[in-house]
Design a protein around this ligand. Structure first.
Ligand code: G1P
Length: 293
């Protein structure tokens, strides 16, 4: 594997978002905001802050709102310019300028592995990052950048991991292998959403990967697995048998925004960090806690 800079990322966004119904009946779940920033923008910002320039968005029908969000909005921006609302104009324009967005349709819902495989013609023979939209990771150094640094140093594919309680291993792809040093594992085994008894460790993958393009050949050879879907985790098992695959315990706080409580957790955490909102949010929380006891 040759040493290359990671400049492309795949963001799968083709799911129906049924876990968030009714909110997702007519709008993509990726457009639901954490405070006032759509979830997908948080993810794209992480990628861009990590040095990614080209984002391959895997979409499906009814996801056009995401593409519009990362485009310029002529009517809105013209109106803001005429009204001299410079701050809002800058917010809107900066999103349009953020990255090159390349949309690829996943025409059949065959699983996360299949979604990533849809990006193969755009990625070509380069290493690339994968960021899953339900996982928001708040960290000083963006999680994807932490993984890109490991990729560059070790010249090996790497998945971000976090330790989870035994009762939660069945929610994630779980890795097992040999610890090379604190926080870095040489991965030998991966299992998608194992029962507690079958989990090779308690190190879970919360949706951040930097992968060599060999993963595409592995994905092509991956049979449907858990839930009858082509799983990225199963393809990573094939990759681990061919090339070095690492797992890195990244620094940062992860929010599961695909879960209602995780979403509320992220919303409060992000609101409390905003100088324009923090005091007001504290007041509101205090009031609710007093009323409800
Ligand atoms: C997917 C992956 C799983 C990973 C998880 C992280 O599962 O298949 O390996 O741990 O994302 O959020 P999903 O939660 O989409 O079912």
């Amino acid at each position: 594997m040759s040493k290359q800079i990671v400049r492309k990322a795949v963001i799968p966004a083709a799911g129906l978002g049924t876990r968030f119904l009714p909110a997702t009946k007519a709008i993509p779940k990726e457009m639901i905001p954490i405070v006032d920033v759509p979830m997908i923008q948080h993810i794209v910002e992480e990628a861009v802050r990590s040095g990614i320039t080209d984002i391959v968005l895997i979409t499906a029908r009814n996801k056009e709102a995401i593409e519009n969000h990362f485009d310029f909005s002529y009517e809105l921006e013209d109106t803001l310019e005429k009204k001299e609302k410079k701050d809002l104009l800058e917010i809107s324009r900066s999103i349009g300028k953020m990255c090159n967005l390349i949309s690829v349709r996943q025409k059949m819902p065959l699983g996360l592995g299949h979604a990533v495989l849809c990006a193969a013609p755009v990625i070509g023979n380069e290493p690339f990052a994968v960021l899953l939209g339900d996982d928001l990771i708040d960290s000083k150094v963006p999680c994807t950048q932490q993984l890109c640094e490991i990729y560059a140093r070790e010249n090996a594919s790497v998945v971000g991991v976090m330790e989870v309680p035994a009762a939660e291993v069945s929610k994630y792809g779980i890795v097992g292998g040999d610890m090379l040093r604190a926080g870095l594992m040489h991965v030998k085994r991966l299992v998608e959403k194992p029962a507690m008894a079958d989990a090779p460790s308690r190190y879970a993958i919360p949706g951040r990967y930097v992968l060599s393009p060999s993963i595409f050949e592995c994905l092509r050879n991956t049979k449907p697995g858990k839930g009858g879907e082509i799983q990225l985790t199963d393809a990573l098992q094939l990759l681990a048998e061919r090339e070095k695959l690492l797992a890195f315990q990244f620094e940062g706080t992860r929010y599961d925004t695909g879960d209602r409580l995780g979403f509320i957790d992220a919303t409060l955490a992000f609101a409390l960090r905003r100088p324009d909102l923090a005091a007001g949010v504290r007041e509101i929380m205090k009031r609710h806690l007093e009323i409800r006891g």
